[in-house]
Design a protein around this ligand. Structure first.
Ligand SMILES: Cc1cc2nc3c(=O)[nH]c(=O)nc-3n(C[C@H](O)[C@H](O)[C@H](O)COP(=O)(O)OP(=O)(O)OC[C@H]3O[C@@H](n4cnc5c(N)ncnc54)[C@H](O)[C@@H]3O)c2cc1C
Length: 298
């Protein structure tokens, strides 16, 4: 980094911070080295101030939600992490919910259901923040968050803006945010008036289906599904279920999950990813692409 973590941290004395910041404790897979400094801003203006400072001073930064789709390098990340955990306001209105980027999906669903509204049950059980879900176009069983987003509040480095869903360039597990470097501050999601009981029942049904997914420390599905076939099926067909590299293991229950059995390193995890790509290509001719995001050098 061009400036030391101490120097940067003194610019934002009032903001909650962690020095160093251990990725293994802030990612669902429990892997990764440290970053020298992480901030946990509580409001949009602080987030914007820090981002603007980092940009001006050319300090690398990374926005982290719940860390459920990121593999951090064993060497960590030489920059500032902006954790959205504390930007977690949720406001339910008649027909929509406004939430900040750090609000976790479970919290949004329960606030919405409490007020007798639904329409988001397909997101139940995804261990995401709203910002991460908007960025990744999260979803399940063929329904993605793009189908309920009406607008997203972003900071583009210059100003705060509201953009509508048609401007998000959504595709399967793809959004404009992957290329734009914009910060997602919050979003508005459309709701249906279902009544509390139906809303809760739909969430329970969704969670029941998900109960079959592998437990343990993972990043969910590592690869995107190629057209008309699931990546998990191709990995299984290539004979890779249960294969390990150190403590990283291709799940026996769902071959698109790589589970950290204890002390897996990012290097081991990445080696398995590479092995899967090579084997699936040689067995089936299909090129698999990662859904997960990488932080730091690999
Ligand atoms: C057990 C398990 C099950 C899962 N099941 C599903 C599933 O059913 N469907 C599905 O789609 N995914 C699933 N996932 C993957 C993951 O939960 C989603 O991709 C989720 O959307 C990631 O959200 P997050 O807050 O954890 O984001 P992170 O992992 O923290 O970040 C992901 C990316 O989003 C960016 N980002 C996060 N917040 C912001 C922000 N405010 N502004 C700009 N960029 C931001 C990060 O920089 C990073 O590039 C699963 C993961 C696990 C561990």
């Amino acid at each position: 980094m061009l400036r030391s973590a101490n120097e940067i941290s003194t610019k934002f004395l009032q903001v909650k911070k962690l020095m160093p910041f251990p990725f293994r404790q802030f990612t669902t897979v429990g892997i990764g080295g440290d970053a020298p400094l992480a901030f946990f801003p509580r409001d949009f203006s602080t987030m914007i101030e820090i981002v603007s400072y980092c940009r001006k001073e050319q300090i690398p930064f990374f926005v982290l939600g719940r860390g459920s789709n990121v593999l951090a390098s064993d060497a960590g990340f030489d920059g500032v992490v902006l954790c959205t955990h504390e930007l977690d306001r949720v406001q339910v209105c008649d027909g929509w919910v406004d939430a900040y980027c750090g609000a976790n999906i479970g919290k949004i669903l329960s606030e919405v259901a409490k007020r007798g509204m639904g329409g988001l049950a397909f997101l139940a059980g995804i261990p995401a923040s709203l910002g991460g879900a908007i960025y990744m176009n999260a979803g399940a069983c063929g329904t993605y968050i793009e189908s309920v987003v009406t607008e997203v509040t972003i900071f583009d480095g210059v100003s705060l803006q509201k953009i509508n869903v048609s401007e998000c360039n959504y595709f399967y597990k793809r959004s404009r945010f992957m290329w734009s470097n914009e910060i997602i501050l919050g979003a508005r999601l459309r709701l249906q008036k279902t009544g509390k009981e139906k809303a809760l029942r739909e969430i329970r049904d969704s969670l029941r289906v998900r109960a079959q997914l592998p437990t343990g420390k993972s990043l969910g599905c590592v690869f995107m599904n190629p057209e008309q076939v699931s990546a998990g099926y191709l990995i299984e067909r290539s004979g890779l279920k249960g294969v390990c590299c150190g403590d990283a293991k291709i799940s026996e229950e769902h071959a698109n999950f790589i589970v950290n059995m204890g002390h897996a390193t990012a290097e081991e995890y990445k080696k398995l990813i590479q092995m899967i790509k090579e084997r699936v290509f040689s067995e089936t001719g299909v090129v698999l692409r990662e859904e997960i995001r990488y932080i730091g050098e690999f």
